[in-house]
Every structure is written in C-alpha cells, then in structure tokens.
Design a protein around this ligand. Sequence first.
Ligand code: 5GP
Length: 192
Amino acid sequence: MVYRKKGKLLIFSAPSGSGKTTIVRNLLEKDLDLEFSISACSRPARKNEQDGRDYYFFTQDDFIQKIKKGEFVEWEEVYKDHFYGTLRSEVERIRNKGKHVVFDIDVQGGLNLKKTFGEEALAIFVMPPSVEELEKRLKRRSTDDPEKIRVRILKAESELKYAELFDRIIYNTDLEKAVKEAEQMVLDFIRS
Ligand code: 5GP
C-alpha cells in the first residue's frame, strides 16, 4: 500500500473585512494541493451564496443537535443566534485525500483549531491596515446593514488584540504583497 501523508492545516483568521478571504481565494487557485474547508453555519444564506459551496447552511436546531453529537471540531456563536463551526467530517474528507486544509474562520475559532491540531497547523493572522480602512471595506462590500456593520467593527476591534497569539501575522496594506507572503508561508510550512 502506498503511504500517503495526511494533509496539514492552514488557518487564516482576521477580523471581517481585513481581506483574508481574498488572500485565501488567491492561494486556492495556485497549484499547492490545498482545499478549502467549508464551514457550517446557522445564519441564512446571502443572495449569492450556495449551500455546500460557501457554507453548509443548517437551521439553528440542526446545528445545536450536531454540537450535542460532537460533530464539530470547533464551533462558536459568532454573532447572537448565529452559530458557525468546522465539521470533523469536513476536515477528514480533505485530509484523507492527502490535501492540505485551508480555513477561513474567525479569530477565536482559529485559535481553537490551533490548540487542537498543534504542530500540524499553521495559524496566520491577517492584519488590516487600520480599523478605519476596515470600516470602509465593510461599507463598500455592502452585504450587511449599518447595524450589522457596527457589530462587526466592534468585534474586529477586540479581535486585533489576539494577533500575537498566532504563528504568523500578514500585514495586508498591499494585497498583491500579502498574497505573495501568504504563498511563501504556506509553501515553507507544507514542505517542512
Ligand atoms: P460571515 O457571516 O461574514 O460569512 O462570517 C462571519 C464570521 O464567522 C467571520 O468572521 C468568519 O470568519 C466566521 N466563521 C466562518 N466560518 C467559521 C467557522 O467554521 N468557525 C468559526 N469559529 N467562525 C467561522
């Protein structure tokens, strides 16, 4: 039997609007044997989102049942009544193919994953240029109403304090540079 090494874990965390999703998307297009871990959540799908592509969308009741059954490797009530989490089955599905798993999750979730997977995981924090810039990006994106944006900014401010707990920090002032830096970090880690 050919022994295939299990894939590693690449955790990208950052406050909403810091550009981590763009960085992650760019990485996934490269030939690095990476696959995106689709999270589960209990919020309704946005207009352009698809179940099984952007998230696995569950009702709150179903989500809570899955928590009780221990189906999540990590989960959180990120916003009131909106649960998000990483299914064990999703991580295994990707790792069993020998691919590396890429996570795009919030700061607390990222730290929880790092705690669980230790040396198998690289936890990267994407730092936005400033809170003002973050606010501008969230408004430009305009997928959320002003109250939701306010909540996201408050959360972002508290999340910035956790950056130092990550293995690496990427300062996202120049997107192109940030993508290159992320690629190098990932390459070094998966080759190590
Ligand atoms: P959104 O509603 O904008 O898609 O995501 C809201 C927040 O939930 C983001 O900060 C995102 O990173 C986080 N998130 C997405 N998936 C997960 C997950 O699996 N676990 C945790 N803890 N947070 C997640």
